[in-house]
Design a binder for this molecule. Sequence first.
Ligand SMILES: Cc1cc2nc3c(=O)[nH]c(=O)nc-3n(C[C@H](O)[C@H](O)[C@H](O)COP(=O)(O)OP(=O)(O)OC[C@H]3O[C@@H](n4cnc5c(N)ncnc54)[C@H](O)[C@@H]3O)c2cc1C
Length: 393
Amino acid sequence: MAETSEGLTSTSDPQHVVICGAGVIGSCTAYYLAKRGARVTVVEKTAAACAASGKAGGFLALDWCDGGPLGNLARASFQLHAQLADELDGASYGYRKVDTLSVSIDESARASGRPSAGSSAPEWVTGPAKSAKPIGSTKTTAQVHPELFTKKVLSVAVEKYGAKFMIGEAQELNVELDGLVPRVKGLFVDGELIEADSVVISMGPWSATNKLVSALTTISPLKAHSIVLRPKPEAAITPHALFLTYRTKEGVTMDPEIYPRPTGEVYVCGMSEETTLPSVADQIFPKKQSIAMLQRVAATVSSHLGDAEMVTEQACFLPCSEDSLPVIGKLPNVEGAYVATGHSCWGILNAPATGAALAELITDGVSNTVNLKAFDPARFSKPVSAYFGKSTA
Ligand SMILES: Cc1cc2nc3c(=O)[nH]c(=O)nc-3n(C[C@H](O)[C@H](O)[C@H](O)COP(=O)(O)OP(=O)(O)OC[C@H]3O[C@@H](n4cnc5c(N)ncnc54)[C@H](O)[C@@H]3O)c2cc1C
């Protein structure tokens, strides 16, 4: 008889779920699965939060995805982030509510040295801001430090709920026929078989290195750059997230983002490009020109950021699906095989509801936190005739 975290008792052994990848998606899935009483092993190739989940902005929005298939996932996740912050000491991983502004900056305009009269821009935006208007309030926008958040949920999964964390390369699934049904029996890690009842592939842009995922769909990697600055304390940077429409003096328009953090640091990101994904996260290096451009943006927006110490220069890859929606759920045709990826630019926001819903699907066969239908991997299944070159018409 086993006792679960909810105080329930169960007569059967808990199922063993192996999660591949300790980014924010794998870590949140581990947290909710272990909390529900599953036996969880997380396999990570390099280090927890070593990729996009450690290098993202960590911006969260309640209603920015309303009106589309992501709306419910985002709303549920925003609420779960607030709940997790209560339960797990959100201040320890930089959770706070923020005001958010859309700011239009033109390098060719003369900097006034202070915000223009009537502008919503905070005092520390000293650059040539043509307009600054509120697009989110402390009721609808918030932030976390993504690396600290990811490591926090993973460590609670391990220390409080008994999940196991190991460094190793997740390779192919061991699938055997159970009667006529192909069923997961385990996963090869560094050539050794780990027995498992279910396996979750949550390896971000590397998810398609798994043959079952790549046979179904494409996950495209998109590289983006970021810097972390430490302005002097007298800069008095307020908790305002800035979404910029930025025009260079050469006439190029781009849309970088600036997120001050409770640590006093300021995160700036942008400069995306399609390029090859290295096989390991620690082989991803930023491009000098992209970092220089982000520094130029920061210095133009605020003289305080121009004077700031450079703390980090980095790059990482967004996992992008074929139809721009996450791919969350059971892989078709193989019992016990699950995937959770394709979260693109909203993975930090959407990780809690992804993890909670997937944990319910794996343990109960149905997800209640959010309806995963729009994200079902089976939407990419080809009709059987496609494999034989026949038309369905
Ligand atoms: C510049 C930038 C800013 C962003 N800002 C925000 C934001 O403000 N808000 C927001 O919601 N989202 C943001 N995002 C998006 C967010 O970062 C991603 O959607 C999210 O981090 C994806 O998480 P993941 O766990 O799927 O993948 P990843 O973080 O990429 O993690 C995948 C993990 O799998 C591991 N792995 C790979 N291969 C194997 C293997 N064979 N075996 C075991 N492990 C393996 C990797 O080492 C890695 O740790 C931003 C992204 C970028 C690039």
